[in-house]
Ligand binder design. Sequence first.
Ligand code: 13P
Ligand code: SF4
Length: 308
Amino acid sequence: MMDKKEKLNELKRRHNAVILAHYYAPADVQEAADYIGDSFLLSQTAARLDNPVICFAGVRFMGESAKILCPDKTVLLPEAGADCPMAHMADPEEIAALRERVEDLAVVCYINSTAELKCCADVCVTSSNALKIVRSLPNKNICFIPDRHLGQHIAASLPEKRFFFFDGCCHVHTGITPEQVRAVRKAHPGIPVLAHPECRPEVLELADYIGSTSGIIGRASSCSAGELLICTEQGVLRELRKNCPGKTFYFPGENCVCPDMKQITLDKVIRSLETLSPEVTVSEEIRRKAWPPLARMLELGGRKESAQ
Ligand code: 13P
Ligand code: SF4
């Protein structure tokens, strides 16, 4: 009887498939993946690989981005219902109305968005490249969709631009409170706080470092502190422990868990490779409109890649 690892290897060989996993996927799924990363690294990786089948251990917007960038590949999302609620939190009609009203406007779309929302954008960004990309835009006015917290965070560094926001946010990161952060700091005086920019502004004010999941992992590895408070989804713990075996990591509470990411179980990954389903599909009309902002992100966001 084949164990799960052998089964996965056999299926990957059979289909010449590759498994991409986000840091928030369950630990055993990350273990089985060929590449693990933040949203930017995973879209870069999807775009450059030759494998005809990509199994995306992440949420729908990640699978959709891979499909938009690689329309000829079969992109599998092991749980069709794994969707990021924030991806829907902007309205194309309101964006179109803003375009009518405001001159010299660029619509900047966080990659955590539906393919339909990406169609409204001039450029996409992830949390690891949003500041760099928005700074490079010639436009004075920026409509940032859908994450208000990430948008406000980068706006603070770009006073020369005028920002318009929508009311989107991530329920997991917004659930982290400044009181929780202060409580951990009180129990562990001097502990550095590393936060994802999807956190609310009152939490970001308390942070010593603000960055994407890979940024947080990189900072935790490079800093000299032996104890760190991590304000993001707990899935990053696997990579943190791997990179920093001697350090202790605290999270602000029990609730830093993304239920959608956790729907991607190892059994579902195996089943999706057995059945080549559920497949991510994007209509050709939407794909043609959503491709330019994603391709522009890859061009402006820089290239850094690493295999597991
Ligand atoms: P990054 O992977 O870009 O840090 O984003 C975090 C996230 O919320 C993905 O859903
Ligand atoms: Fe969406 Fe938040 Fe989950 Fe990321 S952690 S997929 S932003 S709900």
